[in-house]
Design a protein around this ligand. Structure first.
Ligand SMILES: Cc1ncc(COP(=O)(O)O)c(C=O)c1O
Length: 446
């Protein structure tokens, strides 16, 4: 087949075949009819993702390489930040963002030590909170507000103590939290702000006339590229920041704790590989094997990055699609507001919806609606943990009352356990699907 072809011509031939394969076997053109399944999320792609993936496999670099660099640069540009580092998941991104605050590179006054407190919410995805607990810091849980599903900022001052070092919260389901108030609170008390932006890539927030992407207003932000999210590389994520010290710490923690920050597969990029003095090591000990943190290996493969390089080109369209689907669903459900709380957005924000959260009002049965939807093959989801403190992972901490604090009552947080669910708005959905979803929901209310 490749006779008389050079390598690049052979590759082109393979790519043509991949394109044909996609068009024949994977392209979805079937119109929706009631009874077909409606997923809450899913990957949306075309032949370009497949071609990039195949290209990377043929190149066989495997570990972080040129596609990784391309994706990190594209992310920096999209988010308008100085530094972006890919990771193997959004959970890893959260772990790195948090661990960066514990680095010896941070001045002691601001560094997070075991026993320090981190303000967060319990109506959370678990891995926003997990790094705090695993490190031995103390999560301080503040209630959320329905129908925003984000932190109740009026409780922030009450949550503050002498041990508070940071606020670490997510933009729930792509709906930005009140960044203006939270940022002012952090600035006033010299606290770090980690934005878990895993559900919210593409959301924006305006403070004093300046609009920025969420995830870039605090000190450090995170993304997830799991297939359900706004763009995907299978498993994957990113950490981003404008702070060079946090960036340096992220790279070290991500790459085994090493001090050297040569790119993978490259040696002696700084030109000082053999002339430094570190710890009690002999002078000139190979910098590549000097460890300045107790790190992990949370890197990506170039094959993952290659797929996401095609995805990020579609990201603005994906975000728009999610926003349009959300607006349409809210419109068709607008006659249900005597029975349902429909989601609301902060006045300074533009959301990049991950899903459409609904909370039932007094006298309406959430479970009946969920069962009706699931019975018609329409996927529903809970608001992640609802209240993380009530989960089995908290059993021992709850019993001892140690290792965490709760500020007042978690009234709206607890309410999500009984009254809240969400459905999808991902760009693979059509108006026919949204209409059907709304119809099934309405029939289950009456
Ligand atoms: C808010 C939030 N943070 C973190 C994560 C973790 O991302 P990953 O699944 O890539 O580990 C998720 C996952 O959906 C999430 O919703």
């Amino acid at each position: 087949m490749f006779e008389n072809m050079n390598e690049s011509q052979a590759k082109e031939k393979i790519f043509e075949m991949v394109k044909e394969y996609y068009n024949i076997y994977q392209k979805e053109e079937k119109a929706f009819s009631p009874g077909d399944s409606i997923r809450y999320a899913g990957r949306v792609y075309d032949e370009n993702e497949l071609i990039n993936g195949v290209d990377s496999v043929l190149e066989f670099w495997l570990t972080a390489g040129r596609y990784t660099a391309e994706l990190e640069n594209a992310l920096k540009e999209y988010l308008d930040v100085k530094y972006a580092s890919l990771t193997n998941s959004g959970s890893s991104a959260n772990l790195l963002a948090f661990m960066a605050l514990t680095s010896h590179l941070i001045e002691e006054k601001r560094r997070v030590f075991p026993g320090d407190e981190i303000i967060t919410v319990a109506a959370a995805f678990p891995t926003t909170v997990t790094p705090i607990i695993q490190f031995g810091a103390v999560p301080v849980f503040v209630d959320i507000k329905i129908p925003y599903y984000n932190i109740d900022v009026e409780r922030l001052e009450e949550a503050l103590s002498e041990k508070t070092k940071a606020v670490f919260i997510a933009h729930t389901l792509g709906n930005p939290f009140d960044l203006k108030t939270v940022k002012e609170f952090c600035d006033r008390h010299n606290l770090w702000l980690i934005e878990d932006n895993c559900d919210a890539l593409g959301a924006e927030y305006t403070i004093d006339g300046v609009t920025k992407k969420t995830g870039t207003i605090g000190d450090i932000g995170t993304s997830s590229f799991y297939p359900a999210h706004h763009m995907t590389m299978g498993e994957g994520g990113a950490v981003y920041t404008n702070n060079p010290v946090l960036h340096r710490a992220v790279l070290s923690y991500r790459d085994w704790g090493r001090d050297c920050h040569c790119l993978g597969g490259h040696d002696n990029m700084c030109g000082h590989r053999y002339d430094g003095q570190y710890g009690e090591l002999p002078k000139g000990y190979d910098h590549k094997y000097v460890y300045s943190h107790f790190g992990y290996n949370l890197k990506v493969t170039d094959i993952q990055a290659a797929i996401a390089c095609a995805q990020i080109k579609k990201l603005p369209g994906f975000v728009k699609g999610r926003q349009e689907n959300f607006a349409y669903l809210k419109e068709v459900l607008s006659d249900t507001t005597d029975k349902l709380y429909l989601p609301e957005v902060d006045e300074n924000a533009s959301a990049s919806w991950f899903g459409f959260p609904v909370t039932v009002k007094e006298g309406v049965n959430r479970d009946k609606i969920v069962q009706a939807l699931e019975g018609k093959k329409i996927q529903t989801r809970m608001l992640f943990s609802g209240n993380l403190v009530k989960h089995p992972c908290f059993d021992e901490m709850r019993a001892s009352g140690k290792g965490y604090r709760v500020i007042g009552e978690l009234t709206d947080t607890d309410r999500t356990l009984f009254d809240t669910f969400w459905v999808g708005v991902y760009p693979g959905m059509t108006k026919a699907m949204l209409d059907y979803m709304a119809k099934v929901m309405k029939e289950a209310i009456d």
